[in-house]
Design a protein around this ligand. Structure first.
Ligand code: MLT
Ligand code: MN
Ligand code: ZN
Length: 298
């Protein structure tokens, strides 16, 4: 068995450049000085034939066009077995609407996330005759695609933006925000595109992993405020920062993880500039800054 993955999109919601953003990073991406990035998604296979997609981003149409392994193999055949969504955020579910063309696949999520999709009748455009909605329990291994086992586990996070009430709890632990443990043969990888906090339980789980793709939304908690881009901190958005004593670089430093890859990076994040000191610091700490199209093999 071989584990092979492609980062379909390495950016957080909005992408790089974001349509309405004139920040330094977005302008550099618009002029082609730094690579543009599409929104959060990973494609992976355990047998080299059948593919699963983790999170269906609004950019999935161009992502699939750019990824030869997922091109049609027949008139109306694609090597896609399943789609799994890790939360109900728009950047992770809107692409389901693009996948509505009578194409059979399994749609995996927790019951809580399936309930969110059910509340949005537009997703009924996914024809129930061919798209099978599979509710999976937390901590319950299942076959995501042939040769690929997965297990969902709770990760601190919040409800999607469009379901926020007046009082938002940003580190809820339940079935609204999950990480994915992936097993192919002897290899174990983890995909956690959103995480508000690395608890001791989570750290213990990740110890010794062959690969981790982790939430790289912000470099520092208040970077959007400092850049005048908005009023929200990373914490308020349900994302921990990369840097600082409470950041993911420090929290994961001693866990013997063979390969660490940042995904779901917001357009405000300075690591998106290849020459930035922050990028150098993250790379010196052993992190790979994810890029669209990047191949990750185990
Ligand atoms: C997030 O990751 O915080 C969300 O994708 C934000 C959003 O829905 O725009
Ligand atoms: Mn997001
Ligand atoms: Zn921007």
């Amino acid at each position: 068995m071989t584990f092979r993955a492609y980062i379909l999109g390495a950016a957080a919601g909005g992408g790089l450049p974001q349509w309405n953003c004139g920040c330094n990073n977005c302008n550099l991406a618009r002029e082609g000085t730094i690579p543009a990035l599409t929104q959060s998604s990973l494609a992976l296979t355990g047998d080299g034939i059948h593919w699963a997609i983790l999170n269906a981003s609004p950019d999935i149409r161009v992502q699939l066009a750019a990824t030869q392994a997922l091109h049609p193999t027949g008139l109306r055949e694609v090597p896609l077995s399943s789609v799994l969504v890790t939360n109900g955020d728009i950047d992770h579910i809107a692409g389901l609407l693009t996948l509505r063309e009578m194409q059979p696949f399994d749609l995996f999520a927790t019951q809580g996330i399936h309930d969110v999709l059910r509340q949005n009748p537009v997703f009924d455009a996914l024809n129930a005759d061919v798209v099978t909605r599979q509710a999976v329990g937390l901590e319950t291994p299942f076959t995501l695609a042939p040769g690929l086992q997965a297990t969902l586990f709770p990760v601190p996070g919040k409800v999607p933006l469009y379901l926020e009430g007046d009082d938002v709890q940003t580190d809820l632990i339940g079935d609204q925000t999950v990480g994915v443990a992936l097993q192919a043969g002897d290899h174990t990888a983890y995909y956690i595109p959103g995480c508000a906090m690395l608890t001791d339980d989570l750290r213990a789980r990740l110890r010794g992993a062959d690969m981790l793709c982790f939430d790289g939304t912000v470099w520092r908690d208040d970077e959007m405020l400092r850049a005048g881009l908005g009023r929200k901190t990373g914490h308020r958005m349900g994302h921990m920062s990369m840097s600082g004593p409470d950041g993911s670089i420090a929290a994961l430093a001693d866990l013997d993880i063979a390969r660490r890859v940042y995904v779901h990076m917001n357009n405000s994040n300075p690591v998106l500039r290849p020459t930035s000191p922050e990028r150098a610091e993250a790379e010196a700490a052993g992190w790979i800054i994810g890029q669209d199209g990047m191949e990750l093999c185990l």
